[in-house]
Design a binder for this molecule. Structure first.
Ligand code: VG1
Ligand code: CO
Length: 545
C-alpha cells in the first residue's frame, strides 16, 4: 500500500530563486530536506492544482534522476493528477515549454543549472514554469521563497522508485506518471515553423556542411533527430551528442571559450559553412560561420531583419524585445520595420507578458539566448534552425549575411567581460559606489566620451505594471555607446560581475575589425570608472564574449 506521509521540517534561508530558478552546488541540494522544502514551497505558493498536469524533466546532469524521483513523490502526495516526464528524466528547457503549451498543462518543473558545469562537486538547479510555458514571474518566485522561509512540513508518497526508462503510463498513488519521448513534440513544432524541404536541400548540397556541438548536454538527442534524421544532414553533423551527467567534464556553455574545438574547426580552408552549439539545458545558442562568430545581439537583429523569409514568421513581427544589456542592434531593425522594441531586465521571465499579450514575436539576450512566441523560453536549436532556414533561402555565407546587415544598419560593436567568483563584498561595494554616483557621473567628459545619463535600470512591465528595480547600472554616452554593470544571478560561488560594453560603428572601413580592438578605449574606461581592480582584486576578466 502506498501511503502519504507528512514530514516535519525546518526552513533553509537561502532558497531565493535567482535570474533563472534556484541554483546551488549539488552538495547543497543533497542535504536532507533541502529539495523537499523547495518543492513543497512551490506547491504551497500555488493554487488550484489538484488533479492537474505538470510537465517534468531535466538536462541529464548529475542528481537529475534522483531529484526527479523525489519530486514525483511529493507531487503525488500534494494531489497532482498527472505528470508528463521525459524518458530517462530528460527534457530540454524549450521542450518543457513546448509540451506545457501543447497539452495545456498546469505548469512544469525543470531540473537544470543550464550552462553551469555538472557532477557531484558542480551545480544543480530547479525552476518552476507556469501554464503559459514560461518561467514563473517574479511575483510567484518571491511567493515560493517566502513559503520556503516558513515551511514546517512536507508531504510525500511512500513508494518504490518509479521506472522512467520506458515510454508509457503508470499509476503512482492517485497520480498518473506518463513517460514520454522527450524529442517528438518539440521536433514536430520545429517542422511547423521552418521550411524543412529547403533546409534538406541545402544540407544535401555538395557545397554545404554544418557542425552542431551538443556539448554532451541535453540537445544531443534533439539535434540528432532534427538535423541528422528529419533534415538528413550527414552522420557526424552533431558533435558530442550523448548527454552525460558531467558533460564530459566540460562547461556546457556555448561561447568562444567553452566551445573552443568547434570554434577552431570553423576556420581554415576545409571549414564547414555553418557551426552552432547549445548549452546544458538547450536554451542557448552560438552561431558561427566560416571564420566568423556572430555575436548573440547581432544574431537577434539579423533574425528579426530576415524573419519573413521563414514560413513561421512570414506574416512579419508584431514587435521585438531585448534584455537591457543586449546591444541596440535589434532596435535599428525595429525602427526600420516600424514595430516596437521593448527593453526588459535580464532573464527570460520578463518577456513572458509581452509574448502572451502578442506585443512581440521575437526576443533575445546577449547571453546567447534567442526565442520567439512559439514557446516561452529561449530556444537554442530553434535559433540554429532559423539561421539554417535563412541560409537556405539567401544562399549566401554567414559572413556575407552579417556584413550585409552591418552595411545596411550599422554595427553595434559589442563585448561582455565577466569577472567570475570574485568576493561578494567587493562586488557589492563596486555596484553600490556606482549607484550613489549615478547623478554625479551624468554630464562628465572622459577622453572623447561624454556621459549623457547614468542610472540604475528599473523596468515597469507594460502589461501588469509590476516594477523591477536595481537591474543594472547603465552609463549612456552621447555617442550612443553604453557601459553596463550587473551582478550575475545564476552563479553558485562568490559573485560574478558582468561588464557589457557597446559602441555604434558606421565607418565602413572598421566594420569588420575585431570588437576588442574597436572597444579598447571604452574597455579601459569601464575598468577605471568602476575601479574594478580595487574592488575585485582582478586585473582582467575571466571570460570575454
Ligand atoms: C545569465 C544571463 C541571462 C540568462 C540567465 C539564464 O544570467 O546573463 O541573460 O537569462 O543566465 O540563462 P546572470 O544573472 O548570470 O547574468 V540559462 O541558459 O542559465 O537558463
Ligand atoms: Co540554459
Amino acid at each position: 500500500m502506498m501511503k502519504i506521509k507528512t514530514i516535519t521540517t525546518t526552513p533553509f534561508d537561502d532558497q531565493r530563486p535567482g535570474t533563472s530558478g534556484l541554483r546551488k552546488k549539488v552538495k547543497v541540494f543533497q542535504q536532507s530536506r533541502y529539495l523537499e522544502n523547495f518543492v513543497q514551497s512551490i506547491f504551497n505558493a500555488l493554487d488550484d492544482f489538484q488533479g492537474k498536469t505538470l510537465v517534468m524533466g531535466g538536462d541529464g546532469r548529475y542528481y537529475n534522476r534522483e531529484a526527479l524521483q523525489l519530486i514525483l513523490k511529493i507531487a503525488a502526495a500534494n494531489g497532482i493528477g498527472r505528470v508528463m516526464v521525459g524518458c530517462d528524466a530528460l527534457l530540454s528547457t524549450p521542450a518543457v515549454s513546448c509540451i506545457i503549451r501543447k497539452y495545456h498543462a498546469y505548469g512544469g518543473i525543470i531540473l537544470s543549472a543550464s550552462h553551469n558545469p555538472g557532477g557531484p562537486d558542480a551545480d544543480f538547479g530547479i525552476k518552476y514554469n507556469t501554464g503559459n510555458g514560461g518561467p514563473a514571474a517574479e511575483k510567484i518566485t518571491e511567493a515560493i521563497y517566502q513559503h520556503s522561509l516558513m515551511i514546517s512540513e512536507y508531504h510525500t508518497l511512500e513508494t518504490a522508485d518509479i521506472n522512467l526508462s520506458s515510454i508509457g503510463e503508470q499509476r503512482v498513488g492517485d497520480m498518473v506518471v506518463e513517460v514520454i519521448n522527450p524529442v517528438i513534440d518539440y521536433a514536430d513544432l520545429m517542422e511547423e515553423l521552418f521550411d524543412f524541404n529547403a533546409m534538406r536541400a541545402l544540407l544535401s548540397s555538395k557545397n554545404f556542411s554544418m557542425r552542431f556541438d551538443a556539448m554532451n548536454a541535453v540537445t544531443g538527442p534533439y539535434a540528432v533527430e532534427i538535423l541528422e534524421q528529419r533534415l538528413q544532414a550527414a552522420d557526424g553533423t552533431v558533435l558530442r551528442a550523448e548527454p552525460l551527467t558531467d558533460f564530459g567534464g566540460a562547461h556546457p556553455d556555448p561561447n568562444l571559450v567553452h566551445a573552443r574545438e568547434l570554434v577552431s574547426m570553423m576556420s581554415g580552408t576545409n571549414a564547414p559553412n555553418f557551426g552552432a552549439a547549445s548549452d546544458g539545458d538547450g536554451d542557448r545558442n552560438m552561431i558561427l560561420g566560416c571564420d566568423i562568430y556572430v555575436s548573440p545581439s547581432d544574431s537577434l537583429a539579423i533574425l528579426a531583419a530576415n524573419a519573413t523569409l521563414v514560413p513561421g514568421y512570414a506574416r512579419g513581427l508584431t514587435g521585438v524585445a531585448r534584455s537591457m544589456p543586449t546591444s541596440q542592434a535589434v532596435d535599428r531593425v525595429a525602427d526600420e520595420l516600424g514595430i516596437p522594441c521593448y527593453e526588459t531586465p535580464t532573464g527570460w521571465k520578463y518577456f513572458g507578458n509581452l509574448l502572451d499579450a502578442g506585443r512581440i514575436t521575437l526576443c533575445g539576450e546577449e547571453s546567447f539566448g534567442t526565442g520567439s512566441d512559439h514557446v516561452r523560453e529561449k530556444d537554442g536549436l530553434w535559433a540554429v534552425l532559423f539561421w539554417l532556414n535563412i541560409l537556405a533561402v539567401r544562399k549566401q555565407s554567414v559572413a556575407d549575411i552579417v556584413h550585409d546587415h552591418w552595411r545596411k544598419y550599422g554595427r553595434d560593436v559589442y563585448t561582455r567581460h565577466d569577472y567570475e567568483g570574485v568576493p561578494t563584498e567587493g562586488a557589492n561595494a563596486l555596484m553600490e559606489q556606482l549607484r550613489v554616483r549615478t547623478g554625479e557621473l551624468s554630464g562628465q567628459h572622459f577622453d572623447g566620451y561624454t556621459i549623457e545619463r547614468c542610472d540604475d535600470f528599473s523596468y515597469t512591465d507594460p502589461i501588469d505594471q509590476s516594477v523591477s528595480s536595481q537591474q543594472g547600472i547603465r552609463i549612456l554616452f552621447t555617442s550612443g555607446a553604453r557601459i553596463i554593470y550587473r551582478l550575475s544571478g545564476t552563479g553558485t560561488e562568490g559573485a560574478t560581475l558582468r561588464v557589457y560594453i557597446e559602441q555604434p560603428e558606421n565607418d565602413q572601413v572598421k566594420l569588420s575589425h575585431d570588437a576588442q580592438t574597436l572597444l579598447a578605449d571604452l574597455i579601459t574606461l569601464s575598468a577605471s570608472i568602476s575601479e574594478i581592480e580595487k574592488h575585485t582584486g582582478r586585473k582582467a576578466p575571466d571570460v570575454i564574449t
